[in-house]
Write a protein of this length. Sequence first.
Length: 133
Amino acid sequence: MLKLNKKNTARQLKVSEQIKRYLADIIKNHSFGYEKESLFTITISEVNISIDLKNAYVFIVPFLQNGMELNDQDALELVYKDLYLIKKKLSANLALRYTPKLIFKIDKLDRESQKIDSLFKDPKVAQDLVEGN
């Protein structure tokens, strides 16, 4: 979630949370035109909106099922393929003059935290941490 500071107004926070909630409902009920559609789900982790409320950066995390592989580019292509329908459904729910332009990005925070966690579990690093105390 965005932190409230000089750049982020209460309106921005409210609109970004509304967009996140509506997009989650839309994506949950939407089947993407792809043969692997039942094998993955998309979770929206964060929505950042610009000061003028014209651009919304939507951070998504594709989750895979049944051991199938879907790279980040494929997940983004699936979302952008149906962007018109997603934006149309979103505009029906939002009470804004303009529906923001949706810019989807892959949220890599979880992957990076897993890498850092695995580094701390490495025996060599654990030994250095014990010696440092």
